[in-house]
Design a protein around this ligand. Sequence first.
Ligand code: ZN
Length: 173
Amino acid sequence: MHERIYPPELAVDDRLPTHAQFAVMAVNGKVGLGVKAKHRIPRGTLVARFTGQLSNKIFQHSLQVSADTHLHDPWFVGLLTHSCSPNCVLDMQRLEICALNDIAVGDLLTIDYAVTEDVLHRQFACGCGSPACRKWITGRREPVNEMGQAYLQGLAARKVKRIATRQQRRALP
Ligand SMILES: [Zn+2]
C-alpha cells in the first residue's frame, strides 16, 4: 500500500503521494475523477508534494507554473476538484499542496482553479455550494466567454423570477 500514485518514471521522489494516503476516484456520479484524503490533515500543513510533465500547452489536467509553462499531471494534482471556497492551495514553485482548512478522512481535496491559471482549458459552470460561489469559472486573466455570459444571465433571470413569485405570493390575501 506504499505504492505511489504517479507512474514509476515520475515517482522518483519518495515524498510523492501514495495510494495509502489518497484515493483517486469518480466523485458524486460525475464523469471526472477527484482525490479524497484517506488520513486527517490539519489546517496549515503540507497535504502532498506533486509532479508532472512540463509543457508549453494547456491541457485539461495541467496547472500553470509560469507565464507559458504548464505542469501536465493527469494522475494526481491535475485531478483536484475546483471549489470557490477550497480546502487546499497550491504552491507552484515548491510543487506542494497546503491545507487551508482541517481535512477529514473522506474529504475531497479542492482548489480554486483561478488562483493558478491565467486561462482555463475550458470555462465551466460551478455548483460548488459555497456562499462565495462565482457560478462561472474562468482563469484569472480571461473574460467570461459567450456561453458563460448566457449562463449567468439565465441564472440572474431565474433569480428575478423567483423573487417576483415570492412577492406575488406574499401579496395574496
Ligand atoms: Zn463555485
